[in-house]
Design a protein around this ligand. Structure first.
Ligand SMILES: [Zn+2]
Ligand SMILES: [Zn+2]
Length: 274
């Protein structure tokens, strides 16, 4: 049970596509029996690109302070300060480490691939069973592999999200996702089973009706490789602070994938004390 008392992935109203302040997530976390809550809103860029789905860069200090204030208000809850980082390669990796972890003194960073850029530089977001070309799928995988190797993130959120834009599981798709799983093993960077997809509608695909994510064949492959996972609600509303975590925990259990939420949180807490 201890793994579902730890959620390291939730958002706030600052990203403009979620609701609620940090303190409201913490309040619900206490009510719903969480022991450790990590706040991980979407990271902004200094030029405020994509700011329709992110806080402004100038809000980062306020965001950090809001987490500090919640710590004072809810001493019974361990609150960890984080960000879910979007990476664009015109900012080097060192920038994310320096600006977020060091300057803002955050406890941890997670990452996830939410978009890739096409040849013209336009951001392409997967989802809602929009069909992605194999070129876009490969770009998504390449970005994931790069971030898995980067060494600055605690885990990778929703590695199977691109499945929302893929018609069906094929040997080529299996091969690409095998690279993600193998890199997760080689670089000791865990992958997350993300419960947010379970709160979104199901869609009809050529291979049947399914959620956008988690994508089952991906996690079957992960189970075969023997990797552990992190489970998260990826809450975008305070009431969902633990949303569908028992469901993703059940998927992990059924497939025999160990959950390491508690161990990851412990590692972050130990590092904070140093
Ligand atoms: Zn995400
Ligand atoms: Zn998220």
């Amino acid at each position: 049970m201890e793994n579902i008392q730890v959620n390291l992935h939730c958002h706030t109203e600052r990203c403009k596509h979620a609701e609620g302040k940090v303190r409201e997530y913490c309040q619900k976390a206490v009510e719903q029996g969480l022991k450790i809550l990590g706040i991980s809103d979407h990271s902004p860029f200094p030029d405020n690109r994509l700011s329709v789905i992110k806080m402004l860069y100038s809000e980062l200090e306020e965001y950090r302070q809001e987490i500090e204030d919640a710590r004072a208000e809810f001493p019974e809850l361990t609150i960890l300060a984080g960000l879910e980082v979007d990476y664009d390669d015109d900012y080097p990796l060192d920038f994310y480490q320096r600006e977020f972890k060091e300057r803002l003194d955050l406890d941890y960073l997670i990452t996830g691939v939410h978009y890739v850029r096409d040849a013209s530089g336009k951001a392409i977001f997967p989802g809602n069973n929009a069909h992605a070309s194999m070129e876009i799928v490969r770009k998504f995988i390449d970005k994931a592999l790069f971030l898995l190797k980067s060494g600055i993130f605690e885990f990778m959120a929703h590695p199977d999200m691109i499945g929302a834009s893929i018609d069906r599981w094929t040997p080529e798709i299996a091969d690409l996702f095998s690279q993600v799983i193998q890199t997760s093993i080689d670089y000791k960077m865990p992958l997350e089973i993300n419960a947010y997809g379970l709160r979104k509608p199901m869609y009809d695909y050529p291979d049947g009706r399914r959620h956008l994510y988690p994508w089952r064949p991906f996690w079957q492959l992960a189970a075969k490789a023997g990797i552990p996972c992190v489970i998260s609600s990826d809450a975008h509303k305070p009431v969902d602070v633990c949303g569908n975590m028992p469901d993703v925990f059940a998927i992990a259990q059924e497939l025999g994938i160990p959950c390491i939420n508690a161990a990851i949180a412990e590692r972050i807490i130990q590092r904070r004390k140093q």
